[in-house]
Every structure is written in C-alpha cells, then in structure tokens.
Design a protein around this ligand. Sequence first.
Ligand code: ATP
Length: 234
Amino acid sequence: MLVVDKLNAWYDRSHVVQDVGFEVRAGEIVTLMGRNGAGKTTTLRSIMGLVGRRAGSVRFDGRELLGEPTPTRYHHGLAYVPEERRIVPGLSVRENLQLGLIAGARRAEMARMVDEIAETFPRLKERLDQEGTSMSGGEQQMLAIARAMMAQPKMILLDEPSEGIMPVLVDEMFELFARMKARGTTLLLVEQNVERALRVSDRAYILDQGRVVHEGRGADLLADAQIQERYCAV
Ligand code: ATP
C-alpha cells in the first residue's frame, strides 16, 4: 500500500534521512523505531510532503506522491497525526471532529460520522460537547486520531501517540490500534514505547542515524533484547 524507496531529506545542510526504504502492506500495523534523533519524525514528515528538501520515491496505492503538494495525500486516503495534536481551542470535541471531514460533507453525513467514530472512542463519546482543549493530554491525542479517522482514510501515520500520556490511556490507545486494524485501517506508527508497539505490530523497522538498520516481525523483535538495547534505548 505504501512503498518508500531511497527516501532522503535534509534540513539545511544536514542530511537527516538517508536512503530510507520500507513498505507497509494493506491491513498491517508497522512501527518505525529508533533513538531520539534517528530520523523517524522527519521520515513521516517527508512522506507527507512537509520537509522542504526531499528526494526518492513514496508510492501510495501505486501513485507517486513525493513531489505532490501535501493535501493530495489526504484525498488519496493517507492521513497524518503529528506529535503536537493541534486540537482547536474554543471548539468542542464534536466540532473538532467535524473539522476532520473533507470539505463539502453534508450535515447528515457529518452527524452520522461523528456518531460512528464516537462508538470507537468511548472516552470522546462522553465528552462530545466539552471543549476539546479542556481534556487531558491522552484524551486530546485520542481526539486527534478520531479526527483523522473522520475522513475514513485507508492509512494513518501516527507520530508518538503514547508520548506523555498517563498509563491507563496508553493501554486504551494500543487497544484502539488493534480495533482500528480490525476495521481495516492500515497504521504506520512511530513509537518510543517499544514493547507495547511491537506487541501490536505485524512488522517493524529500526532507524539509526537516518538509515534503516534492521527490520523484522514484531514478535521476533520483541524477543530480541540485544537489538532493542542497541538501537532503541533512549
Ligand atoms: P525524536 O523522537 O527525538 O523526534 P526522531 O527519530 O523523530 O527523534 P527527527 O525528529 O526526525 O528524529 O530528527 C532527526 C534529526 O534532524 C535530529 O538530529 C534533529 O535534531 C534534526 N531536526 C529535526 N527537525 C529539525 C528542524 N526543523 N530543523 C533542523 N534540524 C532538525
């Protein structure tokens, strides 16, 4: 579904992503792991067209996207939830969700989608009329993910969704990923929470200094303490 090949990205002179290649097949959960600064966020941002200088190939459902403007990706069914959640202050949970629908949706369709998404996110269902930014960090993260799902994307890129969230919500978040997968949504995660991420992942790639240095099945990497210690200790 997503095939990244010889992806390179630069911030000014620094060459942060170097010949990165990986793929995510339809229906999979795939995780990118690696230490702070390994280039994981920049890889996601490059896929989304958000890094000024980039080269290589990013194919999504057979279409080359790397040179396309960012919104094109949303129209083809690729969504992105960045680390900073960008919940709009002053708007309720419901209104924030409505922002996730592609412009032009009818009122009835909007209401139906909010109801449907709220079923998947019980915490949000109870808080639909509360102001979005008044919720806890973890709940706001759920809202950011739910908002991305409003447009019914085929695939979502998630940057450190469990970062800074209280443990009970981290558990809920990973259960949610399994439910999203069961609904047919494909996920690419960047996660520091290595053990939990590997438990839900079909496969994972390890980045180090801007390059892919290892790939494997989630279960195999979970059992490989050496690899985890070498590349993933923060
Ligand atoms: P983290 O978990 O800390 O976000 P990461 O693996 O996601 O790590 P990136 O955020 O992609 O890593 O950063 C890769 C490298 O690029 C780092 O050396 C970082 O300092 C540098 N970098 C990131 N963003 C910028 C920027 N906007 N301008 C210049 N350099 C940047």
